[in-house]
Design a protein around this ligand. Structure first.
Ligand code: IVH
Length: 647
């Protein structure tokens, strides 16, 4: 084929393939079979290989491929990527005669309306897609980059990964704004997610927890060839920097996206009143169950964009939008038994073993019962029909019993008797701390405790140790290689490669053959252990699993200290902790007012003490003033951190 003919054929093939991508991904239909599509694609690849000069940036062949990156470049967002304020649907027990479940949303609407001029009273309602945010920048119609949200200011450059999504064009029509930063959600359809997990199960790989988790894991891949095999999609819902286009309303923006062939959600409403807002969110609640992807809420926005600027934003959220979160879905099923899980601090948690039940997209067969007090308070018995609730990332929980369905055979449950007074993992004694409801295993060398510590240590928000799945963690502990998460740093890749993992449970219920970890995975794990050494202090603090020191407190602590050394000599922590103790004392020892005059010496002492403490609190506030420490790092966290460091 001469170059002229080749060029004509390439142009035709590119056009055809783009058309079929469009049909498939935007309209959900297919005009040709997968086989016919592949043969067109192969033909295009062949001609382009023979005539590389014909390869254009936006050829369908260029979407996949590229080489694996070493790390993601960082992109600084020209406009900060904010999150949205959550407004929750009321729970049954919160609804009284004069409120309905949309009460909080209607209040938000009223409050926002008050600040808007009378010609700007329209709001839009659309589904909140349960995915991972992305920002894509087009300049002079050409795609420049795609970035994750990151910390809102800076994100990872995931351009290669985003280009594997066939609905994302590398160039836009010529009338696109000169600077056009569009934002949306990357997600996986529920069915595609289930299919992906099935395939992974057959390959002996770990399962993704839910579609969002699978999407987030996919976007983190450095190799776009891995990403191209994962069924991710995108829907655009907002924007960052736009130049060269007079954008007036959300409605107009959505139409404009559609004109540019960029995917938007089909479900969209414009509302004029509180009544219409209620109808819209109720309608969405009933419609969303048949959506192919997960959504747990509605996003409500002021339609007029001019008003967005005048309303402004807090440090976290814009004031012109909110996310209305529906109550988590519930289901009823039978409680067949209770098993005990030993957590990383040794706490024994009773877990309900249930008849499997399908709730909001996934099958639930276990749910937490929290602790003995909760079991007693809700009077939960084995054999009962129970109500299960699934809320976002939190593990499903048993909410209450359907007492009408209780059988005479239902049996009460007592944790202490059930475990015979011993830890079910290591047989050591268990005890209950004063004022606490939970039973705890007393042995810090308990394998289940170490395993849970290890899993936490390597978790996504901690040190992100790739390859430290459940089966690997289990083997490391049972073989005695790891007694403390820090032992991970002494492991050698060769030693890990030879490690024989226990058979894994497959989806079908069967078990896989025992397998060695292997060189490749061992290397990946040791490499990510090395990388962890350079992770920021906040991640390390969080990873240590210090009681009461969660992600936000760790971040705030790391913001005000440079190293572990500095933390262990910190006067800031001492001051916050002291202030908290004094505040508690003052609260618990109220001073009687002066006109009730039966002053005893003890109440005089108390009033003097209270005065001194209050003065000291003022002094501490002054000392801490310059650090501007947020309430995320409170007295409980500081006390706990000090105790940990002293030990
Ligand atoms: S508008 C200022 N619309 O939810 C942020 N966001 O929890 C404007 N999200 O950051 C975003 N569906 O990543 C918008 N229909 C939708 C959305 C949506 C999902 C995400 C988005 C946002 C996050 C906030």
């Amino acid at each position: 084929m001469d170059i002229k003919k080749a060029k004509a054929r390439v142009t035709q093939l590119q056009k055809e393939l783009n058309y079929h991508n469009q049909l498939y991904y935007n309209d959900g239909t297919q005009a040709i079979s997968d086989g016919e599509y592949d043969s067109l694609m192969n033909e295009l690849k062949r001609i382009e290989e023979l005539h590389p000069s014909l390869i254009t940036d936006d050829s369908p062949t260029q979407r996949v491929g590229g080489t694996a990156l070493k790390e993601f470049k960082q992109i600084s967002h020209p406009v900060r990527m904010l999150s949205i304020e959550d407004i929750h649907e009321l729970k049954e027990e919160e609804i009284s005669t004069d409120t309905n479940s949309e009460h909080n949303l209607i209040e938000w609407h009223k409050k926002t309306l008050k600040t808007l001029p009378s010609n700007q009273e329209l709001f839009t309602v659309e589904p909140k897609i349960d995915g991972v945010a992305v920002s894509i920048m087009y300049e002079r119609s050409k795609l420049q980059y795609a970035a994750t949200r990151g910390d809102g200011e800076t994100g990872d450059d995931i351009t290669q990964n985003i280009l594997t999504i066939k609905t994302i064009p590398t160039s836009l029509p010529n009338n696109a704004p000169s600077t056009f930063e569009i934002r949306g959600e990357v997600f996986m359809q529920n069915e595609a997610f289930e299919e992906l997990n099935k395939i992974r199960s057959k390959e002996g790989k770990t399962q993704f927890i839910n579609p969002r988790n699978a999407t987030a894991g996919t976007l983190k891949q450095l190799d776009p060839n891995v990403v191209s095999k994962r069924p991710i999609e995108v829907i655009f819902h907002s924007f960052g920097l736009i130049d060269g286009y007079d954008l007036k309303t959300i409605e107009q923006y959505r139409k404009f996206l559609m004109e540019m062939n960029l995917p938007v959600d089909k479900w969209f409403r414009i509302i004029k009143s509180s009544a219409q807002l209620r109808t819209a969110v109720l309608e969405l609640d009933s419609d969303r169950h048949s959506f192919p992807y997960g959504t747990d809420g509605a996003v409500i926005k002021v339609n007029q964009i001019e008003a967005h600027e005048s309303l402004g934003s807090t440090s976290k959220f814009p004031k012109w939008a909110c996310a209305y979160k529906y109550r988590p879905e519930q289901g009823q099923t039978i409680l067949n038994g209770v098993t005990i899980q030993v957590g990383r601090t040794g706490v024994l948690t009773p877990v309900a073993e249930l008849d499997p039940i399908f709730i909001s997209g996934t099958t639930v067969s276990r749910a937490t019962l929290h602790n003995q007090d909760e079991i007693d308070r809700k009077d939960i018995r084995i054999g009962d029909t129970v109500i299960i609730e699934k809320s976002g990332e939190i593990i499903p929980a048993v909410i209450k019993v359907n007492v009408d369905k209780r059988k005479l055979t239902a049996i009460r449950f007592d944790l202490y008797t059930h475990v015979n007074g011993k830890c079910p993992s290591c047989n050591s004694s268990i005890s209950k701390d004063d004022g606490f409801t939970a039973w705890r295993c007393n042995d810090p060398n308990c394998p289940d405790q170490i395993m849970a510590k290890l899993k936490h240590f390597g978790g996504r928000k901690m040190l992100e140790l790739e390859g430290l799945g459940i089966s690997v963690a289990e083997k490391l502990v049972t073989s005695g290689l790891v007694k403390n998460p820090l032992d991970l740093f002494d492991l050698k890749a060769e030693q890990l490669a030879e490690m024989e993992l226990d058979p894994a449970k497959l989806h079908s219920g069967a078990t896989s053959k025992p397998r060695r970890l292997g060189q490749k995975k061992a290397l990946k794990l040791t490499q990510s252990i090395q990388t962890a050494k350079d992770l920021p202090l906040a991640r390390w603090l969080h990873a240590l699993g210090i009681p009461n020191l969660g992600e936000s407190a760790s971040k705030e602590c790391a913001r005000t200290h440079r190293s572990f050394d500095e933390i262990s000599n910190s006067s800031i922590l001492e001051l916050i902790s002291e202030r908290w103790e004094k505040e508690n004392w003052v609260k618990n020892n109220p001073v009687k007012s002066k006109n009730i005059t039966n002053d005893t010496s003890s109440s005089i002492d108390r009033s003097e003490q209270s005065k001194q403490f209050k003065n000291r609190i003022i002094e501490i506030n002054e000392l801490l003033q310059n650090y501007r420490i947020s309430s995320e790092l409170g007295g409980v966290a500081c006390r706990s951190l000090i105790t940990y460091l002293n030990s």
